[in-house]
Design a protein around this ligand. Structure first.
Ligand code: PLP
Length: 460
């Protein structure tokens, strides 16, 4: 632990937290008898909590966020300099970092042209849902209002984002949700809905078309998909899938919305996940890695063709995108994002992500050979998952409490890993790994060695 930190001084902080903070996504009853975890410092891939315990973070801040690692002085400096110059004006006007980041971003996204700033992944997705609805109203007589989403994908926490949730435990008890969202089948070959087939990717994409034909293509405005499903179990798309999806969208005039909230800005070894698959999106949303958690910023990026549809009739006072996000005007977000992008470029972190991702996948495959409980390993770049099963033949998912025991054991050994969590009724059984893009071979090997020991202990 850093010498400046004195664990005993932090007792009152932990007590205040325990008394007053309502933490995200966690049952609080245990905190009546034990302390919540409070993190106090981070540097690179390492974190320290209030007890002084050191951790290697294999999940980039828990949820795939801190892509360039903790303690980046240069991002803090860039944000500070911007804040003292100009912290804020509403997004109806521009800012220097807002314009500069948009230009740099668009440079990395051929075919796309416009950046709409907001604060969270959910919010960026909602912006696109609103754009799709407004296009339907203004250009299709209100008909093309439906939005398709995929089983196992997640697009955010607000009621409308939950309407597009393919994870039943995320939306359970929060209904009624927003109408007009329709689910299409997942594309996880390991859990094939068609038995063992040679062309699973095409079949899974065709299943989307079946939904389109059932609903009526003239009622569907867009489909929202993660390029690689994240919290739904790290689902890399099967061969042939994306080509077919793109073709289906084109034939039925359905706009393609790619949710890059997790994959975006380097996580998969390219700037964007969709760039692995030759996809030509109409919308791309991003959040977590945009500023690596140094500022709250998200972006909804779209094509000039979409943008044009919101300025074609200036005489109509209702014709433009009548949306605002107060804090989408914070200049700290794009200031942090610009420096975050510079770091990724100058430190060649995309190449490192590809190399370290390959090492992580290799190590996981090796573990799979020795631990029968690992049914499947999946991943791309520093974005990997290992699905745990009770039995390799039946593929019956491992019990959630044992999956959680693996996480607890890694935590005890000082390595933070994650798992699909309160997402599915049966499939909260995939270990999730997403170290920062700065990970070294030693970091990767320590993560998998720790999982190795934890699996042995929990499943022996
Ligand atoms: C793929 C995806 N989209 C959207 C979101 C929502 O982002 P936020 O929590 O910033 O609203 C998440 C969050 O985990 C996500 O994984």
């Amino acid at each position: 632990m850093n010498a400046q930190l004195r664990p005993n001084d932090l007792r009152h902080v932990v007590d205040a937290d325990k008394a007053h903070v309502w933490h995200h996504l966690i049952q609080h009853k245990p905190f009546e008898s034990q302390d919540p975890r409070v993190f106090v410092e981070g540097k690179g891939m390492k974190l320290w909590d209030a007890t002084g315990k050191e951790y290697l973070d294999a999940v980039s801040g828990g949820v795939w966020t801190v892509n360039v690692g903790y303690g980046r002085q240069s991002i803090a400096d860039a944000v500070r300099d911007q804040l003292v110059r100009l912290n804020y004006f509403a997004g109806s006007a521009g800012s220097i970092p807002g314009a500069q980041f948009a230009e740099r971003l668009i440079d990395k996204m051929p075919g796309l042209a416009r950046v709409y700033y907001a604060n969270s992944g959910s919010e960026a997705n909602e912006k696109v849902f609103k754009m799709v609805r407004q296009i339907a109203h203004r250009h299709h007589g209100g008909r093309k209002y439906k939005i398709l989403y995929r089983e196992r994908d997640y697009h955010g926490t607000t009621i409308t984002a939950l309407s597009a949730s393919g994870q039943p435990q995320r939306s359970a008890q929060y209904g009624p949700v927003t109408p007009g969202f329709v689910e299409v089948p997942h594309c996880l070959e390991y859990r094939s809905q068609f038995g063992k087939v040679d062309n699973y990717g095409e079949r899974a994409a065709n299943a989307i078309e079946e939904v389109i034909l059932r609903e009526g293509a003239d009622t569907i405005g867009a489909i929202c998909l993660e390029p690689v499903t994240a919290g739904g179990g790290v689902i890399t798309p099967p061969v042939g899938y994306w080509e077919r999806v793109q073709d289906i969208c084109r034939r039925h005039h359905i706009l393609l919305h790619i949710d890059e909230v997790v994959c975006g800005v380097g996580r998969t070894g390219k700037w964007f996940g969709y760039q692995h698959f030759g996809i030509k999106p109409d919308f791309v949303t991003m959040a977590k890695g945009v500023a690596s958690g140094y500022a709250a910023i998200s972006c909804a990026v779209t094509t000039e063709a979409v943008f044009e549809q919101f300025k074609d009739d200036p005489g109509d006072p209702m014709s433009y995108f009548r949306d605002i996000s107060t804090f989408g005007g914070c200049a700290s977000g794009p200031a942090a994002a610009l420096e975050n992008m510079r770091i990724i470029e100058d430190e060649k972190l995309l190449a490192n992500t590809t190399a370290m991702g390959a090492r992580l996948m290799g190590n996981l495959r090796e573990l799979q050979q020795r631990h029968a409980v690992i049914g499947d390993v999946r991943g791309i770049g520093l974005f990997c998952g290992a699905e745990l099963v009770q039995d390799r033949d039946s593929r019956e998912p491992a019990e959630e409490k044992r999956v959680q025991a693996v996480i607890a054991e890694c935590l005890a050994q000082g390595v933070l890993i994650g798992a699909t969590n309160r997402s599915f009724n049966r499939f909260n059984n995939t270990l999730c790994l997403s170290p920062a893009l700065i990970a070294t071979p030693a970091d990767i090997d320590r993560i998998t060695a720790t999982i190795d020991k934890a699996l042995t202990k929990v499943f022996a």
